[in-house]
Design a protein around this ligand. Structure first.
Ligand code: PMP
Ligand code: GLN
Length: 403
């Protein structure tokens, strides 16, 4: 007998917001989790705040008068700190005046970059699954969204497929490394191929690196460090993930002065500027010592392994991430009789009521064809307290009994 969550082809897209600007999947699942009191492993935000010292800096900045508009390009201290961060970790030289732009989260940097460079007649190439705002912003820009698939189990780039996805109309290639939702960290070979093809087709590279400090195997390697890349690359990051302050929405873009000037021009009319006291606190926070940065990845690795074990014991097939804070798990083995039918989008809607755990279906990060390929995958966030992950694992263990 087919279960309600195992049904439809259309079901795979019930929750999708891609290409249709409805309520985002994050909003929808978080609302559902709140209503049912479920453990929210859906939306990717930590359930513990970042360092108290950084919070104290916000209060000090407010008391010290940092309460009016920040300059459009960001306060000088933060631009300096971002420039020093790029030098310290990656030996990348960016001029704080012309080559750094502070934005309202990485989200605004992504939006302003796409709107600055892409319009009708252009193609923007992303990998698929893709982070939801990419699809929405490419749609708003009027450009065509072309994708190259990343497939389970390792979600690595297939170089031939990537090459076939480029064309003379490719204006931007937008990658996300480490990758959300899959947790893949792209190989050096894949990064080199992206640079080679972007150069051949004279496309710009936009690299969303918000999970740069959350890697489990090897240190992060920005694509801008590869030969020939820096001159055509805009790198985007955010304080949200690194410091566990997603609500502060302090992000940034770095790259060649002419490219950053174009992004800044659009950004002026999106928000102009935001979060003056938060900018001040993050300017200070970026100077944390090496132990701090190492500690973030170490503690997340333990959480990843805890949740991965729980999911395996519950009967899921687990695709272990190399970076970021999401695990993709396949629901198909939970119902061997109708494994072909397993539909994670329907299950995601029922999971909070069934066992009190919320997750996001990977199909919502896809256009219909790829949604079909990824329809049995659920994405679980593990940036949560250890006791929350332990309880989630326990509840997931009861899923087999209630299905
Ligand atoms: N890019 C990716 C890949 C993300 O996962 C997120 C959110 N977690 C963002 C961008 C948005 O970052 P911010 O909250 O700084 O706007
Ligand atoms: N980036 C977060 C995630 O992937 C969510 C951000 C949002 O809610 N827009 O879960």
């Amino acid at each position: 007998m087919s279960m309600p969550w195992q049904r439809t082809a259309e079901g795979a897209n019930l929750l999708s917001t891609n290409g249709r600007l409805g309520v985002t999947i994050f909003e929808e699942i978080t609302t559902l989790a709140t209503r049912t009191g479920a453990l929210n492993l859906g939306q990717g935000f930590p359930d513990e705040d970042g360092p108290q010292e950084i919070k104290d800096r916000v209060k000090a900045a407010v008391d010290g008068g940092a309460n009016q508009y920040a300059p459009g390009r960001g306060i000088p201290e933060l631009r300096e700190a971002i420039s020093s961060h790029q030098k310290r970790f990656y030996s990348l030289a960016v001029d704080p005046e012309q080559e750094v732009l502070v934005t309202t989260g990485a989200t605004e940097a992504i939006a302003a970059t796409i709107l600055a460079f892409a319009s009708a007649g252009d193609e923007v190439l992303t990998f698929e699954p893709f982070y939801d705002s990419y699809g929405a912003m490419i749609g708003l820009s009027g450009a065509r969204h072309v994708t190259a698939p990343l497939n389970a189990p390792d979600f690595q780039v297939d170089l031939e497929t990537l090459e076939a996805a480029f064309s003379s109309r490719t204006r931007l290639v937008l990658l996300n490394n480490p990758h959300n939702p899959s947790g893949a960290v792209f190989s050096l070979e894949a990064l080199q191929k992206i640079v080679e093809l972007a150069t051949k087709y004279d496309a710009l590279i936009v690299s969303d690196e918000v999970y740069e400090h959350l890697t489990f195997d090897a240190p992060h390697r920005p694509i801008a460090t590869l030969p020939g890349a820096a001159e055509r690359t805009i790198t985007i990051s955010s304080a949200g993930k690194t410091f566990s302050f997603t609500g502060w929405k302090v992000g940034w873009a770095t790259g060649p002065a002419t490219l950053i000037a174009a992004v800044r021009t659009v950004k002026q009319f999106l928000t102009y500027s935001s979060g003056t006291p938060f900018q001040a606190a993050i300017a200070w926070g970026l100077g944390q010592n090496d132990e701090f940065y190492q500690g973030i990845a170490d503690s997340l690795r333990q959480k990843r392994d805890l949740l991965a074990n729980g999911l395996r014991e519950a009967g899921f097939t687990v695709h272990l991430p190399q970076g970021g804070y999401f695990i993709n798990a396949d629901v198909a083995p939970l119902s061997l009789a109708s494994a072909q039918e397993a539909d994670a989008a329907l299950l995601a809607r029922q999971l909070p009521e069934l066992i009190g755990v919320a997750a996001i279906p990977v199909s919502v990060f896809c256009h219909p064809e790829a949604a079909q390929r990824n329809r049995s995958l659920l994405r679980f966030a593990f940036c949560k307290k250890t006791e929350v992950l332990e309880e989630a694992a326990r509840r997931l263990g009861t899923l087999k009994d209630v299905l």
